[in-house]
Design a protein around this ligand. Structure first.
Ligand code: FAD
Length: 412
């Protein structure tokens, strides 16, 4: 049986960064990365942004050029899935029937797109946006003449996709079940701003609408979506549907092996799971987040995947330190660059700096008077300076905070 010192499962952001950081930190043992997708690690964010809009080609998405991995002596098993973990024997079963034993295991599998539970969810023309393949299939349908597209879910990915498609002059309807878009991640001010932006760009954005089912036609076994039926009976016509309603952490084999976890695999402050010599990082890992008052949560961001990966790589190299990285995120829609700092969980007050109408402003989130997070739209200075307020747990004067003329660095 093949034996590897470190096996990384998942060739995405976290997996790639873990291999990179292991070598950067002087690790000389063997490293194998097992990845379900056929590609070497690539950046996922452009799938709903520049790659989807054809502003970037795929070769510009690689986290490192494919030749890099051989130079660093990192072995890849691509188009291969880990189907079983035996934590006692320290052995993995792969989808090609072979086994692989490990010294340390790093689980970096991200998540699978959550599927609609209503009828019609399996029709051709219904897409997620998680992988290059998802994106290419969708782009091919747009090229083939799709005119009407429905996006289900008003989270960042759905909104970004809607922005690209409306720029491509498609008829875009965006359906959000909750009373506002971005309801789980942002305050009302930001939701309202983006709702208006999308409507101004011609997106038929509807909130508080329940999807009843997807309708389609065609021969049995090859039925294609033709529309989305709402709870009130209206059918919104669609030759294609994007479902952006979140992910389900890809942790099945690890949980089956006895790891603790439910919505994500539980990890401690060193990213260790409850199983010996098995770490978990990135979208699939649930940890007590310092920046959210110790709440156990999963954070779906490139920053979190990369920083957890580096933390684990260092630990494997003997430099074990608790994971405490500062959370940040971004989203591009139209000509708007949103940058977020911190986590706004449990905020009890928001302060607006600048003018949403001028399309450059920030929402500052406070909890018991302290700055816990910022959402900065086309406001880079606020983002750069505001991060420091979050890190310091600053409690600035609210009037000064609301005055866009007062630089945030003066409020530290
Ligand atoms: C369209 C889109 C836009 C995004 N935009 C942003 C953004 O603007 N900013 C931001 O910070 N974040 C963004 N994100 C989120 C960000 O991409 C993720 O947080 C990040 O990719 C998480 O990294 P990861 O390593 O945990 O998982 P992933 O990068 O998802 O990698 C996991 C890999 O593991 C593979 N895998 C799963 N199970 C197995 C198995 N059993 N065996 C082998 N391989 C397996 C998966 O196929 C996948 O390739 C976006 C995500 C998407 C999909």
């Amino acid at each position: 049986m093949e034996t590897t010192d470190v096996v990384i499962v998942g060739a995405g952001h976290g997996g790639a960064q873990c291999a990179i950081a292991l070598r950067q930190n002087g690790f000389t043992g063997t490293i194998t990365v097992v990845g379900r997708e056929p590609e070497y690690p690539y950046e996922r964010p452009p799938l709903s942004k520049e790659y989807f809009a054809r502003e970037k080609t795929f070769d510009r998405l690689y986290i490192r050029p494919p030749t890099f991995w051989a130079e660093k002596d990192v072995t890849f098993k691509l188009s291969t899935e880990v189907t079983k973990v035996d934590a006692e024997a320290k052995e993995l079963t792969l989808s090609n029937g072979t086994t692989l034993s490990y010294g340390k295991l790093v689980w970096a599998t991200g998540g699978d797109p959550r599927r609609l539970s209503c009828s019609g969810a399996e029709l051709a023309g219904v897409h997620a946006v998680r992988t290059r393949e998802d994106c290419d299939t969708l782009m091919a349908e747009v090229d083939a003449g799709t005119k009407n597209i429905v996006v289900i879910g008003g989270g960042y990915i759905g909104l970004e996709a809607a922005a690209v498609l409306s720029k491509l002059k498609l008829n875009v309807t965006l359906l959000e079940a909750l009373p506002r878009v971005l309801a789980r991640v942002a305050g009302e001010e930001l939701s309202e701003f983006y709702q208006k932006e999308h409507r101004d760009h011609g997106v038929d954005l509807r909130t508080g609408v329940a999807v009843d089912c997807l309708v389609g036609d065609g021969p049995e076994g090859n039925r294609r979506v033709t529309g989305v039926q709402l709870a009130d009976g209206e059918v919104v016509p669609a030759e294609a549907v994007i479902v952006g309603i979140g992910i389900v952490p890809a942790i099945g084999p690890l949980i089956a092996a006895g790891a603790s976890g439910a919505n994500g695999v539980d990890v401690d402050e060193f990213c260790r799971t409850s199983l010996p010599d098995i770490y978990a990082i990135g979208d699939c890992a649930a940890f007590a987040c310092d920046y959210a008052g110790g709440t156990v949560m999963r954070v779906e961001s490139v920053q979190n995947a990369n920083d957890m990966a580096t933390c684990v790589a260092k630990a494997i190299c003997g430099d074990e330190k608790a994971y405490k990285a500062f959370p940040w995120f971004w989203s591009n829609q139209y000509d708007l660059r949103l940058q977020t700092a911190g986590i706004n969980m449990g905020f009890d007050k928001t302060v607006i700096r600048g003018e949403p109408g001028a399309r450059s402003f920030s929402v500052v989130y406070l909890k018991e008077g302290r700055v816990v997070a910022l959402d900065c739209v086309n406001a880079v200075k606020d983002y750069v300076q505001g991060r420091k307020l979050v890190e310091a747990g600053a409690a600035p004067d609210v009037a000064a905070l609301a005055d866009a003329g007062t630089p945030l660095k003066e409020l530290l």
